[in-house]
Design a protein around this ligand. Structure first.
Ligand code: SAH
Length: 257
């Protein structure tokens, strides 16, 4: 089940932190490390800080965008050291671990996303996440070292996983059809939905691309909170397609009259 979890580090500047994160992951039984445009990698400093976890560095996937890093994930959790302008559903690391295991049991892939040492994650990156995770540190000195933040999250996942051992898993309890319904839409499916939604809202005149007023961010938050299943996502996409067709028919008619 821990194989379903990937740790994504965005634009890391210090290779030592990549090594530290790999070590923390391997200590807790996680193996999938994804690096989005690391500034300095591969690096001997990363290897030194990883100690015996060099295999994770060797296997790490280096990609160009966050989108690529989270493709295929049914649950994306973005970590943040501070509050952002648009509040988002927020979890502490323990709640994050519970959600993660629930998803992994249903067969879904999960991503933990970590930001840059100097600036964290951008608002746009955070809006790609279903939930934000905040480690409840002292507000007067709230920002942890990147590898330390990774350690806290993966430790909580291991604790939750250990306490779930021996209990019948949800997977065994669910019927196959119920399983399909329980399978959440993946990050890339959601992303295509948001694009479709944005186009449709522009077509019907609800969204003015000149003055978007955080509308898409607010809608992302809403749909992210609802955590639609694959089945529900198909229904929503169907509604958008029919809406666009209806708008097309209407403007054809107006054109003719
Ligand atoms: N100056 C940045 C801090 C970045 S710390 C900022 O204000 O956002 C680097 C990364 O470590 C963060 O992007 C986040 O992924 C993680 N991190 C650090 N402290 C954290 C905390 N208290 N809760 C959750 N993640 C944290």
């Amino acid at each position: 089940m821990l194989d379903k979890i990937r740790v994504v580090l965005v634009n890391t500047s210090h290779p030592g932190n990549i090594g530290g994160a790999a070590r923390a992951m391997k200590n807790m039984g996680l193996g999938q490390l994804v690096l989005v445009q690391p500034e300095d990698f591969p690096s001997s400093e990363a290897v030194a800080r990883a100690s015996g976890a060099q295999d994770l560095l060797d296997r790490a996937r280096v990609v160009d965008s966050l989108e690529e890093a989270i493709a295929g994930c049914a649950l994306v959790l973005g970590t943040s050291a501070r509050d952002r302008r648009i509040p988002w559903p927020l979890l502490d690391p323990r709640e994050c671990a519970a959600h993660t295991l629930q998803q992994a049991e249903a067969g879904g892939e999960v991503a933990f996303v970590f930001g840059r040492e100097y600036a964290g994650l951008t608002n746009e990156e955070l809006q790609r996440c279903h939930f934000h995770v905040h480690i409840p540190s002292d507000p007067s000195f709230g920002s942890l070292n990147l590898a330390a933040a990774v350690q806290v999250l993966v430790y909580e996942v291991r604790m939750a996983w250990l306490s779930a051992q021996g209990q019948p898993t949800k997977r065994e309890k669910l019927e196959t059809t119920a399983m399909l319904n329980a399978q959440l839409a993946t990050a890339d499916e959601l992303e295509r939905f948001y694009e479709h939604l944005e186009h449709t809202l522009t077509d019907i005149g609800f969204l003015n691309p000149e003055k978007p007023r955080h509308l898409m961010a607010r809608l992302r938050r809403l749909y992210g909170r609802a955590a639609p299943s694959k089945l529900e996502m198909n229904i929503l996409r169907g509604i958008l397609t029919e809406t666009q067709k209806a708008v097309g028919r209407l403007s054809d008619k107006q054109g003719k009259s």
